[in-house]
Design a protein around this ligand. Structure first.
Ligand SMILES: Nc1ncnc2c1ncn2[C@@H]1O[C@H](COP(=O)(O)OP(=O)(O)OP(=O)(O)O)[C@@H](O)[C@H]1O
Ligand SMILES: [Mg+2]
Length: 273
């Protein structure tokens, strides 16, 4: 599935965490491809949306999965009214339009699919379309961006070295506490004290390292908890539903998380209804 977003009217809200903006813009200007590495819910997608806005490029997003074929990316002949007609795939559209093409979770795609990216990702900036017998030169402004989460992918699914070395890497982690607090307060429309409390809880969960969790609490789940609080749920109920629930199915681990929530989140100053 792919999503085409024209340049959005308002800048997507993104607070920089390190020098990611400078690296991304420099890479795009130089026609270099970019790989964004980082855990789920740390802001990779939001970052690309903000960069597309800043660089005034349309954004084409493709969610990769293991059934994704080269034809899904590049295009195929379809039967329309008795005639066969070539229909561009999202990658081809992005190459023609000079868009930013964002392949989310690229390691999920089969390796024979990612090979089509090689001539695009290096200095050639070309997309060979075998079925049409043509090779397209990427329009100015085209930028290939891929993301993956090195944490939960198996070693087998790691990106090929030949793919990796064609890309500039930007590492994403969770924002510093003061930045994350600002993000939460803005995105969930809650006050800064509440946001700070959720950030402290998030940090405590992140310090658990493994502790039976596949992934730690992301900025995304903290925002979801904040949104439930904004709707009038008590902070503890909100944190249980939006943080503990999504992180684990294991009852012992859940009990541990609920204890942490009760220790870090105060219900006193919450709304009554
Ligand atoms: N630096 C940031 N500035 C503003 N919002 C942020 C930032 N980091 C995270 N967020 C918020 O966190 C939410 C999750 O971020 P996003 O969807 O970009 O994560 P992701 O890294 O793409 O995750 P996944 O790997 O699961 O796709 C966003 O909707 C946004 O509200
Ligand atoms: Mg994403």
């Amino acid at each position: 599935m792919s999503v085409n977003s024209p340049v959005s009217p308002a800048r997507p809200y993104y607070v920089p965490v390190a020098n990611e903006k400078q690296v991304f813009k420099a890479a795009c200007r130089q026609g270099l491809s970019v790989v964004l590495k980082g855990p789920t819910g740390c802001g990779k997608t939001r970052f690309v949306e903000a960069m597309a806005y800043d660089l005034k490029r349309p954004l084409v997003t493709v969610a990769c999965h293991d059934d994704l074929t080269t034809a899904d990316l590049v295009g195929r002949f379809l039967l329309r009214g008795g005639e066969t007609e070539w229909v561009d795939g999202p990658l081809t559209r992005a190459v023609r339009e000079g868009a930013i093409c964002y392949l989310d979770e690229v390691v999920e795609a089969r390796q024979d699919t990612t090979v089509v990216l090689h001539p695009l990702a290096d200095h050639r900036r070309q997309l060979p379309i075998e079925r049409l017998g043509v090779t397209l030169d990427a329009a100015p402004g085209f930028c290939l961006v891929v993301s993956y989460n090195p944490g939960y992918q198996s070693v087998l699914k790691d990106l090929k070295d030949s793919t990796r070395q064609r890309m500039v890497a930007i590492e994403f982690g969770f924002p510093a506490p003061d930045v994350e607090e600002k993000i939460l307060a803005t995105e969930a429309a809650i006050d800064h004290e509440r946001a700070a409390e959720l950030v402290r809880l998030g940090q405590a969960i992140r310090r658990l390292e493994t502790g039976g969790l596949r992934e730690v609490a992301s900025t995304r789940v903290l925002i979801a908890a904040g949104r439930l609080i904004a709707e009038g749920l008590t902070p503890r109920d909100a944190a249980r539903a939006a943080i503990a629930g999504p992180l684990t199915d294991d009852s012992a681990v859940t009990r541990g998380l609920v204890e942490m929530i009760d220790a870090y989140v105060d219900d006193q100053s919450s709304l009554d209804d």
